[in-house]
Design a protein around this ligand. Structure first.
Ligand SMILES: Cc1cc2nc3c(=O)[nH]c(=O)nc-3n(C[C@H](O)[C@H](O)[C@H](O)COP(=O)(O)OP(=O)(O)OC[C@H]3O[C@@H](n4cnc5c(N)ncnc54)[C@H](O)[C@@H]3O)c2cc1C
Length: 382
């Protein structure tokens, strides 16, 4: 086994670490407080190629592998989980389905500007009554006279309403199969589609600088050729999309956990009680050691899932394991980091209070902890 990163992977990691330290971390607190989408920094990430990292150069991407992409999300997420999820949702949920299932014409038209980092794209799966049970989607798309008429509402959709969002791919019921089961397909909906609108951004506990909205489709008219992949394959397509997305949420969780450790270790050396730095107390050391041990394991699990994907091997179980473990770990690390900061950790002026608010969604988004356990149980043959 070879645990060394290649020179290309190390270069991506270094670029992202330096960019995140210089351009993201110093502003994260302000963006969070104002719930402000950091448009300028996202555009800069686009210019650096970070928004198209794992896509081939012929589609405007940087041609990097999934391991590099995971390392990049870890570094960006370490500085700011909101910016990290903006990148992760754009690449793994927005652009990836277009790359995986789009026709050549759709890739040229929709994927290229995304991979070049000029525009963002969203993925609209969740509905008010279809969350973990995403196949229960109620949004409909009826084909008539060369156009899909879309009706329904999607909720909690990331990147759907930023000033540079170019559109969303949604799941919709396009008919019924012979067995009476609903036929689900994916439809590409450009931002300026008549009848498609976005609500105001949600007010959120964490990821406050990311864009999350409800989407409304009222007789929205979408051309017939905006069907993504074969009709009726939408269910399988979104499961495949979520497998890849779990690697990126795992990476985001590792980045946040690392930020928690860094802040807690720094503070433990500075803060004195009973005449010495609190880092001298074994009870504090043990919390830091547990964080470091688990972060190491989680990073390895995420990179293993990314490596399997790069090798073209089945990575669904590895991605679910990585996402589940890293998500839970990020919550444990955020909790420990606040504990080590004592009362100061409860104050907004210390970043660990933001980390504590940001970590929870890692156990919910892209499949809750319970859903990950269901996926892993299925993989184990139960
Ligand atoms: C900030 C944010 C960003 C998001 N971005 C996107 C996005 O870009 N695109 C998108 O499509 N969605 C997005 N989502 C939606 C997200 O994926 C869902 O919230 C998530 O899948 C859970 O669905 P739900 O909220 O309806 O919870 P529910 O499915 O109602 O779950 C509620 C609880 O019940 C449990 N539960 C449900 N079913 C079972 C079961 N069978 N066995 C055991 N326990 C069960 C769950 O684990 C959970 O604890 C986002 C959500 C948030 C909060």
């Amino acid at each position: 086994m070879d645990f060394d990163l290649s020179n290309d992977q190390l270069d991506v990691q270094k670029l992202c670490r330096e960019f995140a330290d210089a351009e993201i971390a110093p502003h994260a607190e302000e963006w969070d407080a104002k719930a402000e989408f950091p448009l300028d920094v996202v555009k800069k990430m686009g210019s650096l190629g970070l928004l198209g990292l794992p896509f081939p150069e012929r589609y405007g991407g940087a041609g990097a592998d999934t391991v590099s992409y995971a390392l990049a999300v870890m570094e960006i997420g370490r500085a700011d989980a909101s910016v990290g999820v903006t990148m992760a949702a754009h690449v793994s949920l927005g652009a990836s389905p277009l790359f995986m299932f789009g026709s050549e014409e759709q890739k040229q038209r929709f994927l290229v500007p995304l991979a070049q980092g000029q525009r963002l794209w969203a993925f609209g799966l969740t509905e008010a009554q279809a969350g973990s049970d995403a196949g229960a989607t109620k949004t409909t798309a009826d084909l008539k006279n060369g156009s899909w008429t879309v009706n329904g509402t999607k909720c909690f959709i990331t990147n759907a309403g930023t000033p540079i969002t170019a559109g969303v791919t949604i799941t919709a019921v396009t008919g019924r199969g012979e067995n009476g089961r609903t036929e689900i397909s994916n439809i590409i909906v450009p931002q300026d589609t008549p009848g498609y609108s976005r609500a105001k951004p949600y007010k959120k506990m964490g990821w406050r600088a990311s864009d999350t909205r409800e989407l409304l489709f009222q007789n929205a008219q979408v051309p017939e050729d905006h069907l993504l992949g074969p009709r009726g394959k939408g269910f399988r397509q979104f499961l495949d999309t979520l497998d890849g997305g779990r690697i990126s949420i795992g990476a985001l969780s590792v980045g946040l956990a690392q930020a928690c450790y860094d802040a807690a270790a720094r503070y433990a050396k500075e803060r004195h009680q009973f005449g010495q730095a609190i880092a001298k107390f074994q009870a504090v050391q043990f919390q830091l050691v547990d964080m470091a041990v688990e972060i190491d394991l989680a990073r390895t699990a995420v990179l293993k899932a990314a490596w399997l994907k790069d090798k073209g091997r089945d990575f669904a179980q590895a991605a679910a394991i990585a996402k589940l473990y890293s998500g839970e770990l990020s919550r444990r690390c955020a909790n420990a980091a606040v504990q080590i900061h004592g009362g100061y950790g409860f104050m907004d002026e210390y970043p660990v209070s933001r980390y504590w608010r940001d970590c929870k969604i890692n156990e919910i988004g892209e499949g809750t902890n319970e859903v990950q356990r269901m996926v892993i149980a299925r993989q184990l043959g139960f």
